[in-house]
Design a protein around this ligand. Structure first.
Ligand SMILES: Nc1ncnc2c1ncn2[C@@H]1O[C@H](COP(=O)(O)OP(=O)(O)OC[C@H]2O[C@@H]([n+]3cccc(C(=O)O)c3)[C@H](O)[C@@H]2O)[C@@H](O)[C@H]1O
Ligand SMILES: Nc1ncnc2c1ncn2[C@@H]1O[C@H](COP(=O)(O)OP(=O)(O)OP(=O)(O)O)[C@@H](O)[C@H]1O
Ligand SMILES: [Mg+2]
Length: 277
């Protein structure tokens, strides 16, 4: 991903909001999906990581609607790069929903990796990915022990651009909000009663101090979503997308580049065909 933020100054070019009726239908559809997935797995409920961000918060609200309070176990997993505000928001979500939750400090876990391979410890991206993967292991530790499934929180914008850690936050059993663009995540969150300060929070992976998604991607979510919807998911050519959204060729190419480069993240690991010798 580029750190060039020169294409950040843009407008919200496409309104992807759902109608009230569509929001109601989506809410029912996603809660049924969670209930069916848990039931089909023969599981006793679900576990998810709570970050204080909107994706995990919305997923938690939907899961409690689908499974009841006892059906969801939350894990708040602070590290040295998480803000106290986000971690206390995560606890607030768990308390508001009335679910069981644990706070598990991951610093000792990730430090043991850094001690084992000190060469990587100062590599911001590699080290950040260790934090993300450590959380994935803890999610599955609880899921295995309590016969639960792991709920992912990935949305469509992240999935299409590969904006997640392979076998980290993507290491989950299902993604209930995986077909919603980020704008729609915010809208559905508001619709199901998530507090507005959480709905409007700046998205951050918090893989290192001060990280924000939009700065790292060099695109606002509004622009990203619009280009995905019209050009990558939709039928518009590059030039028609540029005209319709008033975006640059560079912005369209940036999105297409992210989608293409992350293809490997959306498939099971490949193996060569059998030679049948
Ligand atoms: N073509 C290819 N075919 C098969 N495998 C390929 C590959 N290219 C790379 N790889 C493998 O993939 C690895 C790179 O992928 P990965 O380890 O995921 O690492 P990478 O994509 O470099 O970094 C993760 C990105 O996701 C963002 N993220 C992570 C976690 C959470 C969130 C969030 O929004 O909360 C965002 C993060 O900020 C960063 O931009 C390589 O080291 C290599 O092992
Ligand atoms: N400190 C943390 N404790 C527990 N879970 C976490 C933590 N940080 C990240 N996660 C998990 O990783 C997921 C991916 O993070 P991501 O930042 O994409 O989502 P979010 O924080 O819920 O929303 P936003 O993208 O708006 O910040 C989170 O939804 C959450 O499930
Ligand atoms: Mg976040």
């Amino acid at each position: 991903m580029s750190n060039d933020t020169s294409v950040l100054s843009d407008v919200a070019p496409l309104d992807l909001r759902l109608s009230e009726a569509e929001l109601d239908a989506t809410r029912d559809h996603l809660t049924a999906f969670i209930r069916d997935t848990v039931e089909d797995a023969g599981a006793d409920g679900a576990v998810l990581g709570l970050s204080g961000g909107i994706d995990s918060t919305l997923t938690a609200y939907l899961a409690v609607e689908a499974l009841g309070e006892d059906g969801l176990h939350g894990l708040v997993m602070p590290s040295e790069v998480n803000t106290e505000g986000n971690m206390s928001d995560a606890e607030r979500v768990a308390q508001d929903l009335g679910i069981e939750y644990d706070v598990v400090e991951i610093n000792p876990i990730v430090d043991s990796f850094f001690e084992a391979y000190p060469e990587g410890a100062d590599d911001q991206m590699a080290a950040g990915n260790v934090r993300v993967r450590a959380r994935g292991i803890l999610n599955y530790f609880v899921a295995n022990h309590e016969n639960r499934i792991v709920l992912g929180t990935g949305n469509r914008s992240e999935a299409m651009t590969g904006y997640f850690t392979k076998y980290g936050d993507q290491a989950v059993d299902c993604n209930p909000i995986g077909n919603l663009y980020k704008q729609q995540v915010r809208q559905l969150a508001s619709h199901v009663g998530v507090p507005e300060d959480l709905v409007m929070k700046t998205p951050s992976a918090e893989m290192w101090m001060g990280q924000t998604d939009e700065e790292e991607m060099g695109l606002t979510y509004d622009t990203l979503d619009a280009i995905l919807a019209l050009h990558v998911d939709g039928p518009l050519s590059t030039s028609a997308t540029m005209r319709t959204l008033d975006v640059t060729e560079e912005q369209v190419a940036r999105v297409v580049g992210l989608v293409e480069a992350s293809e490997h993240k959306r498939h099971m690991p490949p193996a060569p065909d059998s030679l049948r010798l």
